[in-house]
Design a protein around this ligand. Structure first.
Ligand SMILES: *Cc1c(COP(=O)(O)O)cnc(C)c1O
Length: 369
């Protein structure tokens, strides 16, 4: 059978390996598997969220509220924006897809950092648009500008701040200076999946959705409940932009794209700020241990504004071999070989999970692999 030609070139997103796979393949007890591969919240979800989700289990036969009134109210209060300036997606991933379908096509181009969130490229390929990347692995706005100014056909710019899988971010003032130089017909996606972490670590890195969309009519800010809020399994993300952008993205949204349970969970999660704050605080306490660990082993790492850390390995070590050896011991991390890097990305876990990682990683590392 023939399929649309742009599909030929798409490699499936390789999601972090699930715990079940390690249990099946290596015969390790589920309780001994340490999953540090998908940037999930190691502390789970807020107990208040779990309770609220339980209470609406008897509503599963009904379609969810397609206006998503409650969740939009929560978000508009949180950010000081109007409901018309919000779109909800099955993960912020789904909003990325809407954005690409709304703006990119075979006659134009999209621009992103060389090493960034893999889904930008996958969605872009899906619509057959031309994909441009900056030379550097991390975000260098002068590189973005140089490419942007050298052509007239860029429909979307992706800024992943903080950047997954590298961990670096940009200051608000750098981003604002950059945005001033971008044409209002170019959509700038500011992917803030880890903004809660960045804002906690350094206020200069915080991008406030209200402020950025007030100042720049062409920005789409994305946030997610999958990371700091601990709801990866619920699939809820949001986009914030001027209503003209939101109205157009809404045309691509399938009805009932979020489940009843997910809507409830996200709405409740927004109310439990203490939980999120505690998780973020502990994240950076544990992050420091990773930095010290890397330094002690002479491993270079990137200053991270997220819930993961990326180790850049020397040539005499192989990121794939190390990741595989860890997997056999029940520790799942992310090898970045597929990005062309001899590097690994490790989600910051709970204290005891990190202890286990340090122990096994140093054994493998010192033994040569
Ligand atoms: C995790 C992540 C997302 C989206 O996650 P969803 O679960 O789809 O909301 C978006 N961008 C980046 C950079 C991410 O790491």
């Amino acid at each position: 059978m023939e399929f649309n030609k742009q599909l030929k070139d798409i490699k499936n997103y390789s999601a972090g390996k699930p715990i079940e796979l390690v249990v099946r393949e290596y015969g390790i007890e589920p309780k001994d598997v340490v999953k540090l591969a998908s940037n999930e919240n190691p502390y789970g979800s807020s107990p208040k969220v779990i309770e609220a989700a339980r209470e609406i289990c008897d509503k599963m036969h009904l379609y969810p509220d397609d206006s998503m009134y409650e969740l939009k109210e929560g978000l508009s209060k949180r950010f000081g924006i109007k409901s018309d300036e919000i779109i909800i997606g099955a993960g912020s991933d789904q909003i990325l897809e809407f954005a690409v379908r709304a703006k990119a096509n075979e006659t134009n181009s999209v621009l992103m950092a060389k090493t960034t969130f893999a889904m930008y490229e996958i969605y872009a390929k899906g619509v057959g648009t031309n994909i441009l990347k900056t030379p550097s692995d991390t975000h260098k706005l002068d590189e973005f500008l140089k490419i942007y100014k050298s052509r007239k056909d860029i429909s979307i710019l992706f800024l992943c701040v903080p950047n997954n899988p590298m961990g670096e971010t940009l200051t608000k003032s750098e981003i604002y200076e950059f945005l001033k130089q971008i044409d209002k017909n170019t959509l700038v996606v500011i992917d803030g999946a880890y903004q809660e972490f960045a804002a906690y670590k350094d206020k200069q890195m915080q991008i406030e959705p209200k402020d950025v969309i007030e100042k720049f009519s062409n920005v789409l800010y994305l946030g997610t409940f999958s990371k700091a809020y601990g709801l990866g399994g619920m699939r809820v993300g949001y986009g914030i932009a001027r209503d003209e952008i939101i109205q157009n993205l809404m045309k691509l949204r399938p009805p009932f794209n979020i489940t009843t349970l997910s809507l409830k969970a996200a709405t409740e999660a927004l109310k439990d700020n203490d939980f999120v704050e505690k998780c973020i605080k502990e994240n950076f306490i544990q992050m420091k241990r990773y930095e010290e660990f890397a330094t002690a082993l002479g491993i270079e790492y990137i200053q991270s504004y997220t819930n993961f850390i990326t180790f850049l390995l020397k040539n005499d070590k192989n990121s794939s071999e190390i990741s595989n050896s860890l997997l056999k011991k029940g520790i799942i991390i992310r090898d970045l070989k597929a990005y062309g890097l001899n590097a690994v990305r490790i989600t910051i876990g709970k204290r005891n999970e990190n202890d286990r990682f340090f122990e096994i990683f140093s054994q493998i590392y010192n033994a040569g692999q």
